[in-house]
Design a protein around this ligand. Structure first.
Ligand code: HEC
Ligand code: HEC
Length: 348
């Protein structure tokens, strides 16, 4: 990854590369992206930035349209599952907001998962993938659902063999990847497609870019509280989340208080399951709040159906604050302005 300084008065270094591990990213006009990358479609551009906690969504990275199209086909292809019944899109619905509306997803044969499915929209902006961060990149993530017995229950050999038998896929791969259909190339195409799934033009982004009328007075008040109460110390950056790990239940024990009909599950240990370190018990990736009004139910355990209730829980367990109904309503007014447009090119 190369790092260059940007003129034009923007603070911070410009990083050119596939991903950046930390830091918030400032929106950069496409013309600037092109001048920095020399039009290289493989290079994404982010500006590291350390001022405002929340920054607008960057434009979709410049990427090969062939890879995006191939990745989109793969994402919607049921042959990635063992019994040809389930595609990635089966749980990450591209017609809605990139998730399913269930508490836990259903995998092949109706097997039930153990955490709530996050949206794939804007996931390319998060520093790691999965609630517990066990995949370092979107490329690495793909193998997870493919092998997971309660998701697609397949393996690379099975998936590649079925794709090889399809003339259209064989020729599309030959055209795009010199070494044809391999697990790495399947993962690369899917990850490339996912990186294109940005929900642009949210009212809040227009507001951050200077359009005072893009959000109403209540949402502005909600944003002020979001900062003043300290929500933005965890949900921040271009993805309003997705750039750090935090414990769920900092001020009080969330799991002890959770409804008794929800038994404690291994997934509740969060990042502890990845590192085995005591300090990572109950630690999760702070989720992105983009489109959050459209992606109920909430939390890794999918236990909360209403956004108002999720916000109240955040106040109590993360900030030690009992939020009043009117404070919750203002915060929710603000959160609704984070709903962007569904990515272009998905209908058809
Ligand atoms: C059976 C439903 C199901 C299928 C099929 C499925 N997923 Fe998922 N996906 C989930 C669940 C549940 C999670 C959360 C798992 C976790 O965090 O442990 C997830 C997480 C993800 C994430 C991480 C998002 C984040 O914010 O951390 C990405 C990206 C993703 N899936 C992409 C895919 C791709 C690509 C495929 C196809 C190869 C796929 N999924 C197939 C249910 C599914
Ligand atoms: C100390 C860090 C921290 C603070 C402060 C914080 N959050 Fe969170 N937030 C998290 C974590 C971690 C999760 C994921 C919890 C889980 O499901 O395991 C989360 C989840 C959420 C969710 C659910 C998202 C989803 O898709 O399931 C919402 C909504 C939310 N936070 C809003 C807020 C609001 C509003 C505030 C301020 C009142 C706030 N948060 C303060 C760390 C924080």
């Amino acid at each position: 990854m190369t790092s260059r300084r940007l003129s034009r008065g923007l603070r911070g270094a410009v990083l050119v590369g596939a991903s950046v591990a930390a830091g918030a990213w400032l929106w950069l006009p496409r013309a600037d992206q092109e001048s920095i990358t020399g039009g290289d479609p493989g290079a994404a551009v982010y500006v590291e930035h350390s001022g405002e906690a929340l920054v607008p969504l960057p434009p979709a990275p410049l990427q090969s349209p062939e890879k995006v199209a191939l990745g989109k086909s793969l994402f919607q292809d049921v042959r990635l599952s063992r019994d040809n019944t389930l595609s990635c899109a089966g749980c990450h619905d591209l017609a809605t907001f990139g998730h399913d509306a269930r508490r836990f997803s259903l995998g092949v044969g109706g097997k039930k998962g153990n955490v709530n499915a996050p949206s794939v929209f804007n996931s390319g902006l998060s520093f790691v993938q999965f609630w517990d961060g066990r995949a370092a990149s979107l490329e690495e993530q793909v193998a997870g659902p493919l092998h997971n017995p309660v998701e697609m229950a397949s393996d690379w050999e099975n998936a590649v063999r079925k794709l090889e038998a399809d003339d259209a896929f064989r020729s599309a791969f030959q055209h795009t990847y010199p070494n044809g259909i391999t697990p790495e190339n399947v993962a690369d195409a899917i990850a490339t497609f996912e990186r294109s799934l940005l929900t642009e033009d949210a009212p809040f982004d227009r507001y951050l870019r200077g359009d005072q009328r893009a959000i109403d007075a209540r949402a502005k008040e909600g944003y002020r509280r979001f900062r003043d109460f300290g929500c933005a110390s965890c949900h921040q950056g271009a993805n309003i989340g997705g750039n750090m790990f935090q414990r769920f239940g900092i001020m009080m024990d969330y799991f002890k208080d959770r409804e008794p009909e929800i038994p404690f599950a291994k997934a509740d240990l969060g990042r502890f399951n990845v590192t085995g370190r005591e300090e990572d018990r109950y630690v999760f990736k702070v989720p992105s709040l983009r489109n959050v009004a459209e992606t109920a139910p909430y939390f890794h355990d999918g236990s909360v159906a209403r956004l108002e209730a999720a916000v109240a829980i955040m106040g109590r367990y993360q900030l030690g604050r009992e939020l009043s109904t009117s404070e919750i309503d203002l915060l929710v007014s603000f959160l609704k302005t984070l709903t962007g447009k569904r990515p272009a090119g998905l209908d058809g």
